[in-house]
Design a protein around this ligand. Sequence first.
Ligand code: F6P
Length: 342
Amino acid sequence: MRVGVLTGGGDCPGLNAVIRAIVRKGVQEYGYEFTGFRDGWHGPLEGDTVPLDIPAVRGILPRGGTILGSSRTNPLKAENGVRRVKENLAKYEVDALVAIGGEDTLGVATALSDEYGVPCVGVPKTIDNDLAATDYTFGFDTAVNIATEAIDRLHTTAESHMRVLVVEVMGRHAGWIALHSGLAGGANAILIPEQRFDLDQVCAWVESRFKIRYAPIVVVAEGAMPKDGDMVLKDQSLDSFGHVRLSGVGEWLAKEIERRTGKEARTTVLGHVQRGGTPSAFDRWLATRFGLHAIDAVRDQDWGTMVALRGTEIVRVPLRDATTQLKTVDPSLYTEAGVFFG
Ligand code: F6P
């Protein structure tokens, strides 16, 4: 048995830990051979491979990024994409594919598996934690820790200068990073994509914070939107899954807060810092267990499934369940956090 492995979409701390676990268990316990596909779906589409064996995965557990590279290539949009993927799998004698990715990468795996009979198993990855059917994705915990540390640091400098500090975190459709890091870091306002925000309310929270002689920290997810207004975009370009580039809401918000309250307001955009560097212990643990269970799914020929965390158990769910709907922040969780706003 030869198993292909690829990592697609935005990179994420813990990808290497998954790859290592898949290869270690696959070689040691099942005698499998592996082929690494470079840069997500670009690899099988173009036949771009890299050797993947135990020496190749030595020392990568704590390393951020992915030794296989990543991209947002969509083979379903490429000319003869499915045929080319199938031909390359045949050419490299790959019997099964493990796709490690988020909504888009696993959406392709779902289609290839369910509609075109390509034997695929999925592993859920994204710092955004917005994949349905799993309690957590790896990468999220690391991103939340990085954002929380930043918020902690911003509190002290905000208070020295009595300024508003706006922290823009990632989160295109889901505010999980904003909510968790905002709660952990004691933010005075948390703005998420799921709930349009009222600028007057945000300014009222800012002012009430100054009244008790503290400087407000506002955490905003990049996909958050004002009640009457649109998403702030970086530019108009689209990737091959049709996503726009975000970022800019933090800058816009700080300007509006300053204009309306007369208080100096600055922005820190955390951006890719949230995705880079070494994974947290939790993410190494989760990624490793996902890898071990993914190769078991391959052994069982349980195609079209994804490994998922339910409580502390790793289970298998249909890939389709994970990719048809996003897991967004429940309104009750957001309401719960509201006690700390202002
Ligand atoms: O999906 C993960 C993510 O980090 C999102 O939070 C963010 O919107 C997006 O990727 C950014 O992607 P890129 O680095 O390709 O611009």
